[in-house]
Ligand binder design. Structure first.
Ligand SMILES: Cc1ncc(COP(=O)(O)O)c(C=O)c1O
Length: 384
């Protein structure tokens, strides 16, 4: 088999602590298609409904999806493109990169398009972590990066969120002088809590030399107070930002996303790409970026439904972690997994629990009708 790694890549892998056997395994994995999903919300939603499939009329508020779906402009752009689908249409990928760069105010070569953000998230871990380069993550936090780290034998260091549910950037910066990646999800999944920009800037300024700050902004458009990290990228810092069209833009099944970072960092995650990206996702994303007022309107709508749900829950005596995203963590004061199972019997699929908060369940924000069904079912399950 042709050697998949250049001499430089091989040296870099050995520096990160990989041995010969690891290299062979990694090469096989990369050759098999590096967009393999280790773990994402979809995998989890399927895991939960393992056994009899969810009934058609079940309410699905388990994967932080957006029931509004793509905006009308995106639907129209996709509809127009479909008849040309016999072509590879790779120019749509470049057009998406250009639209994203313009929207974010970054140079063209600072944007790498992907089919969603799970792929670049995994690649960043593969590219910068290793047996001697740890992955640092908040607890509770989004688990995908830790799964990728486990796959390549990198240690995951979990740093508890602070009492205000923001990232503890001081402890994260000091967690491991040899950290490969420090992952900050802003707003955080599962808490929906925001970490202020000054805190993230502190982390970037005080991280170990050579460590990459992976800033996952999957939910940034939903948050009123979260500030994007793009100025840090423009300033040339060791920061890679992940963006997705799966959340506010309602395109989880259509797949579009991007990594934004310095070209030399993007180069390290771009290798082994499989080629053309789904043009439907690309044109849908371009149309979404151009749709006027879309972010504000959807952010407000989701905040209203979230507020209504939280209001009802607090009236019923349940504490909810303050969230700025399309999910809430509810303290059920009993093992969350049992509540999740009981809700499933009511045909309402809610999200999972986290070991750090075993009595909390994560509930995604659905439509007003879906949340009414949720309230009725939750009331029955919890006897309130
Ligand atoms: C924090 C976070 N990052 C990344 C993703 C990946 O989503 P996608 O691959 O659909 O962009 C998710 C999905 O829920 C997420 O919650």
């Amino acid at each position: 088999m042709k050697d998949l790694f250049s001499p430089r890549q091989r040296r870099d892998l050995i520096d990160r602590g990989f041995n010969r056997r690891d290299l062979a395994r990694l090469a096989a994995f990369l050759a098999a298609g590096s967009s393999l999903s280790f773990y994402n919300e979809a995998t989890l939603a399927q895991g939960l409904s393992a056994g009899p499939p969810l009934p058609e009329d079940a309410v699905r508020i388990n994967a932080n999806e957006n029931p509004m779906g793509p905006c009308p402009e995106a639907v129209e752009a996709i509809r127009k493109l479909v008849p040309q689908g016999g072509r590879y249409l790779y120019q749509e990928t470049f057009a998406f990169r250009d639209a994203m760069a313009a929207a974010e105010g970054v140079p063209l070569d600072h944007v790498a398009p992907f089919a969603g953000s799970s792929d670049p998230l995994h690649r960043v871990v593969l590219a910068f972590c290793g047996p001697e380069k740890s992955f640092v993550v908040a607890d509770p936090g989004y688990e995908a990066g830790g799964k990728a780290a486990e796959f390549i034998g990198a240690r995951t260091i979990k740093v508890p969120l602070r009492r205000d549910w923001s990232h503890d950037v001081r402890s994260m910066a000091a967690a491991d002088p040899n950290a490969g990646v420090i992952y900050v999800c802003n707003p955080n999944n599962p808490t929906g809590s925001v970490t202020p920009r000054e805190e993230i800037e502190y982390l970037v300024a005080n991280k170990p030399r050579g460590t990459i700050i992976l800033l996952d902004e999957a939910y940034i458009h939903l948050a009123k107070t979260a500030e994007p990290g793009t100025p840090m990228v423009v300033a040339g810092k060791d920061v890679i930002i992940l963006r997705t069209f799966s959340k506010l833009y309602g395109m989880a099944g259509l797949r579009a996303g991007a990594a934004i970072g310095r070209p030399d960092l993007l180069e390290k995650i771009r290798g082994y790409a499989a080629g053309a990206l789904p043009a439907t996702g690309m044109v849908g994303a371009i149309a979404s970026l151009k749709a006027r007022g879309l972010i504000e309107t959807r952010r407000r709508l989701i905040a209203e439904i979230r507020g209504e749900t939280v209001g009802w829950l607090s009236k019923k005596g349940f504490d909810v972690i303050p969230s700025e995203a399309n999910m809430i963590m509810i303290d059920t004061r009993r093992p969350g997994r049992a509540v999740q199972q009981a809700m499933l019997r009511e045909k309402v699929a809610i999200g999972r629990t986290w070991p750090a908060l075993p009595n909390h369940v994560r509930v995604s924000i659905g439509t007003p009708e879906e949340m009414a069904t949720f309230r009725a079912a939750f009331g029955r399950v919890m006897n309130v």
